[in-house]
Design a protein around this ligand. Sequence first.
Ligand SMILES: NC(=O)c1ccc[n+]([C@@H]2O[C@H](COP(=O)([O-])OP(=O)(O)OC[C@H]3O[C@@H](n4cnc5c(N)ncnc54)[C@H](OP(=O)(O)O)[C@@H]3O)[C@@H](O)[C@H]2O)c1
Length: 299
Amino acid sequence: MSSSSSVSVVSGATARLLPGGPVADEVLAEVAASVARLRAAGVTPALATVLVGDDDASAGYIRIKQRQAAELGFASPHVHLPASASQADLHAVVADFNADSGVHGVLVQHPIPGGLDYDRALAEVDPDKDVDGMHPVNMGRLALGLPGPLPCTPAGIEALLAFHRVPVSGREVVVLGRGATLGRPLAMLLAQKRPTANAAVTVVHTGVADWPRYTRRAEILVAAAGVPGIVRPEHVRPGAVVVGGGVRYEGRRLLPDVDESCARVAGAITPRVGGVGPTTVAMLFRNAVRAAQRQTGLG
Ligand SMILES: NC(=O)c1ccc[n+]([C@@H]2O[C@H](COP(=O)([O-])OP(=O)(O)OC[C@H]3O[C@@H](n4cnc5c(N)ncnc54)[C@H](OP(=O)(O)O)[C@@H]3O)[C@@H](O)[C@H]2O)c1
């Protein structure tokens, strides 16, 4: 067993680890520099957050994002609605932030209480202020290759592969899962004509009963199913790069899609904790600062 950062801690494993922390650090350093330039030009970029209800985990995520926003130099106006808030109440808060030219990004914390419709609230956010990159207009921009905020987790995975010098262009990528948050936008992103993408992408899901046939030939395999332990060593091509995007939480326990024993077969693999997650948060702030740059014409 080794605790080296370059070798997996799974017994008998030789896979190189692909941590997300250094990727996030690099992205956030660029964000901080961009924020400093905006502030020097008289603009304080503002990322507004909306929390509905009293879910402890969601409140915790908001606190972390606000702390990080402050460290990076963002203003972070916040509205906390009670769990009894109506859909119209939520839309009214979003509309206020949309109309406020001093607010450049808007984040509605997911999940929101049952009875409220998150997708409808997201659709109310001004697409140019959508820091999650998940607004239907931004998914359309992604499909068309138009500029706009990118969905954070797929963008984080592209950045992670680029940072660790994993060649993607021309290679066979298989994505397990076609969900709207991860698998589907990631497939679109990695198929785009750019040096850090440009891949032959296949997407598999429950409609493909024999999906291991595809994953076993993948040079890069991305797990995006949200089914703990679904990816096992026998599903991985020896020497392949394995990215664990899908996770499920049971209480505070994080259960990843990729079984740790895959590190015995893979050539490189994201760690169980500190892989894709940190890159997702970094991309949120990158979207926020880029939104401020676009809206102000600065930077
Ligand atoms: N690490 C991060 O920072 C981060 C951020 C965001 C999301 N995530 C995680 O990413 C995962 C995906 O999220 P999402 O919203 O995009 O997906 P989703 O809507 O939950 O969809 C999951 C996908 O996986 C497929 N799938 C599920 N079980 C399968 C099985 N047994 N065999 C084959 N395919 C199977 C489903 O196929 P069908 O379409 O056929 O049902 C579906 O396409 C979740 O675990 C989420 O927690 C992680």
